[in-house]
Design a binder for this molecule. Structure first.
Ligand code: HEM
Length: 366
């Protein structure tokens, strides 16, 4: 417990004199009789500054989670901190989404009053936003090259170097991948969970095929063939879990990001989430999906706002504006593999039974 060194004054503690003196509309600086100050530029500045302040808090929480994951072993007790801090990020994201509604109380005509004064500044230059993306696992090298050039080319050399250096440090995605790879349980002694899982899948698919064939009698030949083809595709999708070459191709095409081993262990956690030892890791994966989903929702919402403000005009940063932002929302996903795990889930009643010795390990010890 810290000892108080003397009386603290609210305004001093929060550095409010400095903090509240950081809003300087350019339209005020350049005001003239013909072009007076644009009233809404203050809102524009305040909303952006609020975002940057919350980005700071997100990075503060994210950094602490990265630090925990950087340890050779993540202690069971650490999952409480990890989940609490990741959950906080989702709450901040919820609130940041509503900021866009406040921004939209400014009409496109009001925006035009000062927009030209901002060129070439743009959200492209928010290094904190990029830092969050990179730390989560969106390496700009994996993005469309035109996009990378767009925003990297609009930064100062100092900021560019900082972000490039950051790209060479392990992201949350990579640290979680390494942690998942280390997760035991699926192959222990005589027990190989995946052999059992494959048997369950084979039985389920055989049942599906029998049902399809039983209901086919009245179908046209082309429809019969189509249904059987769909079944084959489902079979192939399951095979892609275990087939090294298929997995490699999916990674190359950007459809998968995690290693095969990490995906398998993540699937095990998803399926056996009710086992005491796996409850917290399952919550963590769920929260990571929430963060990813919230990011995508924000990107989509921001793209719509840009369309509302600009129509099809280009952005102040020089991109195609709404079209660029819409594409960025569709392509930039971090924890996509966790979402796609649902493809491989099976009903609880069909889950392979875990041997007693493994089960014991999945329980907390008193
Ligand atoms: C009038 C309101 C806004 C408009 C019209 C707008 C428009 C745009 C446009 C067109 C871009 C693409 C880059 C460019 O060519 O400039 C962009 C990027 C961006 N904006 Fe906004 N924006 C607005 C408000 C905001 C706010 C409040 C934030 C909060 C921080 C924000 C954050 C960003 C970020 C981070 C990017 C980069 C996105 C990426 O590359 O994926 N924008 N914005």
């Amino acid at each position: 417990m810290h000892k108080n060194q003397g009386p603290v004054y609210y305004n001093d503690y929060l550095k409010l004199e400095t903090f509240l003196d950081c809003q300087h509309p350019l339209s005020l600086k350049h005001a003239s009789d013909e072009a007076p100050e644009a009233h809404d530029e203050t809102l524009f500045i305040v909303v952006h500054q609020s975002y940057e302040l919350w980005f700071k808090q997100i990075l503060h929480d994210l950094n602490s989670v990265l630090k925990i994951f950087s340890k050779p072993q993540v202690a069971d007790g650490d999952f409480g901190f990890i989940n609490q801090r990741l959950h906080r990020i989702t709450k901040i994201q919820d609130m940041l989404l509503t900021h866009l509604g406040i921004m939209e109380t400014m009409t496109p005509m009001d925006f035009l009053e000062f927009r030209s004064l901002l060129v070439p500044a743009s959200g492209f230059q928010s290094t904190q936003f990029r830092e969050i993306e990179i730390k989560l696992g969106l390496n700009t090298n994996n993005r469309e090259s035109v996009d990378r050039e767009f925003f990297m080319g609009r930064l100062t050399a100092k900021d560019r170097d900082k972000l490039t250096a950051l790209e060479n440090t392990p992201s949350l995605l990579r640290l979680v991948e390494a942690w998942l790879e280390r997760t035991p349980f699926t192959v222990t002694g005589q027990f190989n969970f995946w052999d059992e899982y494959k048997k369950s899948i084979a039985a389920l698919l055989a049942e599906d095929e029998a049902t399809i064939r039983a209901n086919m009698a009245n179908l046209a030949e082309t429809e019969k063939a189509g249904q059987l083809e769909n079944l084959k595709t489902t079979q192939n999708t399951f095979n892609s879990l275990f087939d090294v070459e298929m997995h490699k191709k999916l990674v190359e095409s950007g459809q998968r990001k995690l290693s095969q081993k990490a995906i398998l262990n993540a699937l095990f956690i998803m399926m056996y989430r009710d086992e005491p030892m796996l409850t917290m890791p399952f919550q963590m994966m769920t929260t990571m999906m929430d963060i990813d989903e919230n990011f995508t929702t924000w990107r989509q919402r921001h793209a719509l706002m840009a369309q509302r403000m600009l129509g099809s005009k280009i952005g102040t940063g020089g991109s195609s504006g709404h079209a660029y932002l819409k594409r960025a929302a569709e392509t930039n996903r971090v924890f996509l593999d966790f979402f796609n795990l649902s493809t491989f889930l099976i009903p609880r009643s069909r889950l392979p039974k875990i041997p007693a010795e493994v089960r014991k390990q999945l329980n907390f010890h008193s």
